[in-house]
Design a protein around this ligand. Sequence first.
Ligand code: AMP
Ligand code: GLY
Length: 425
Amino acid sequence: MIILLLGSGGREHTFAWKMAQSKRCSRLFIAPGNAGTSTCGENVQIDPLDFNAVGRFVLENKVEMVVVGPEEPLVRGIWDYFQENEALKNIPVIGPSKAGAVLEGSKAWSKKFMQRHKIPTAAYREFTAAELESGVEYLRQHPLPIVLKADGLAAGKGVVICEKHKVAEQEFRDMLDGKFGAAGERVVVEEFLTGIEFSVFVLTDGKTYKILPEAKDYKRIGEKDTGPNTGGMGAVSPVPFVDDTMWQKVEERIIAPTVKGLRKEKIVYKGFIFFGLINVGGEPYVIEYNCRMGDPETEVVLPRLKNDLVQLFENCAKGTLGRVRIRADKKIATTIFLVSGGYPDHYEKGKVMSGLDQVKGSLAFHAGTRRQGDEVLTHGGRVLALTSLGKDLKSALRKSRRNAKVVQFDGKYYRRDIGKDLEAL
Ligand code: AMP
Ligand code: GLY
């Protein structure tokens, strides 16, 4: 099967690495990819948001399946674009329709969806610019901290947790005044939940679903979870505090009603659902949905997955996931992200990387990298994820940390405490 994978991050290098291992994959293209994906298949310089260019490439190269890594093409409707085109409609796109991707694309919509299907989530209200004054009134009465969420996609920056009413009011006004563009035309004001977060992933064919290994990611830039939020600085799978009782609650109260709810509302969804969850005193709540896999969670989930990923995607497209049994390695996987100095704010690109060929005992998944001649250069904030498997957390972390020292580039930074909180449990 000839496959086209869309995206260019660590998640996509991990997908490409896993799909390239499948006998069912005869040729793999990645658009646009990075220096790592070019070792698994052929990078092609196409923007995943340019649907006409994607469609043309698919037809010219006899692509038989399209796998979508990031959310934006899904939220903008790449699935629907294929469906509406006679020549493309029989080529499966792994990822939800536009109507399904709205689970991630609109926080207000997803909150209403959870209410309709009685899925546990934080209490909230939503406001538009026309309701600014009543919103401000509401904020003034709201207990602290206050969680403000721009409704639409805002490159991971649309959630602000405010410790003071004055700050919340200003932020609320700024959001409704266009701070995040159209994403902030509607703002969700949410109750703050206290607990430990974890991520759960399912692949669904719209009828049934298969649960993949869970993971925990580390979002803050600084050690001990301090400083601004990032795309993710590292991850661990499995998560020790997610025991059988918790799994049962997650499946009964969250996963099953979500898949059933989508089906009941006749929303076409054949792809990943990422549940961002929080454990509040033993009870799971949904913090957010994403319509794709997580990054860096994919870098610890897929190395533990024993199934053939291409076969899983074929089952997903055909609606035969019910036949599949997911098999996961019992080993622990950890990943540590090397990032560019200054990330998540201003950082420089184009730094020469060295030591990549000396990585031993870990998988090096590229994110922001680019090949130039014989050299690999940094090309983004998050640069390289070093994933290790171990019989326990300690041995996996030891390998990821050792290799984090081996790879060098000017300005390199990484968190040395990934997984430490879990070691203490
Ligand atoms: P999101 O962009 O929706 O993933 O939110 C970013 C982060 O904000 C989450 O990972 C949580 O750490 C935090 N967050 C979002 N909503 C809440 C909430 N209701 N209570 C506590 N923390 C939250
Ligand atoms: N690691 C969080 C995300 O992919 O959204």
